[in-house]
Design a binder for this molecule. Sequence first.
Ligand SMILES: C[S@@+](CC[C@H](N)C(=O)[O-])C[C@H]1O[C@@H](n2cnc3c(N)ncnc32)[C@H](O)[C@@H]1O
Length: 298
Amino acid sequence: MMDLLYPTSWKDYELIDSGEFEKLERFGKYILARPEPQAIWQRVLPEQEWKKLASARFAREQSDKFRFTDEVKGGWNRSPSMPESWQINYQYKELNLSLRLALTGFGHVGIFPEQGQNWNFIYDSITSWDTTKPRVLNLFAYTGAASVVAKSAGADVTHVDASRPGLNWANQNMQNNSLDGIRWVYEDALKFVKREVKRGNKYQGIIMDPPPYGRGPEGEKWTLQEKLNELIEQASQLLEQNNSFFILSMYAVGLSSLVGYNVAKTHFPSRELQYGEFFLKSKNGNDLPMGTFVRFRR
Ligand SMILES: C[S@@+](CC[C@H](N)C(=O)[O-])C[C@H]1O[C@@H](n2cnc3c(N)ncnc32)[C@H](O)[C@@H]1O
């Protein structure tokens, strides 16, 4: 059966409202209005309320509201009290993370709050094992929230991404949590996985959050629909049989969660797969779907 996941009891994050292709979110003490192509419904709060609440608003240059990619162009209109970057906290059991946020050029802020339940899953998986320093691989790892969660839980983490600014940001998140020793890999994710298979390396945890498309450092083209099957086929050879977990998150619009489920089921036939959608619960109005996931642990 399909599951619906959403982050709960997070003091520093809240979806306040959404609609008319925008979302209004609180990150710590700052409220942001950003484009959200899936929010085609009417808002609950009036425009002047959005204006009053928002410390910063990202305005797109492009006319079509349906773009989902990093090619989104535009800029932030921010109030004088709104800083360029700030920290928020994420707590779950003994986990108490400080995450750096910043207003980026394409409307991102450095975290995907809908990933909260996956961070909990990573933490619970690693802390349930008696293995010392289980090896965890995080692909398309962005600013490293999941890497810092795994490291905090005691894992030996390998963080792979094709963006230098992303790696630097992840390094800051590691240091801001008084952690060290995460292995930073600046490489195309599929290329790295293939080489790890050749080396016969194994991991107890594999996390992947591929964008619909992207580029590796040497221009390697990543297109989710074309490459996902090969990536998971290769990754399945890296995962330990026992005391292991796997998480795939997908943000490719229009792809049902069954897509990831079918691909994962092909390469992990003996595993009990959990799959579904993750969304953001709204304080006012409509809950906001964000993406799909497949995951399992044993
Ligand atoms: C934004 S994040 C996470 C995905 C996010 N959840 C989304 O769908 O937008 C995607 C990450 O993948 C990285 N990336 C894109 N193409 C890549 C590739 N071929 N190999 C490794 N990392 C890649 C980007 O640098 C970025 O940090």
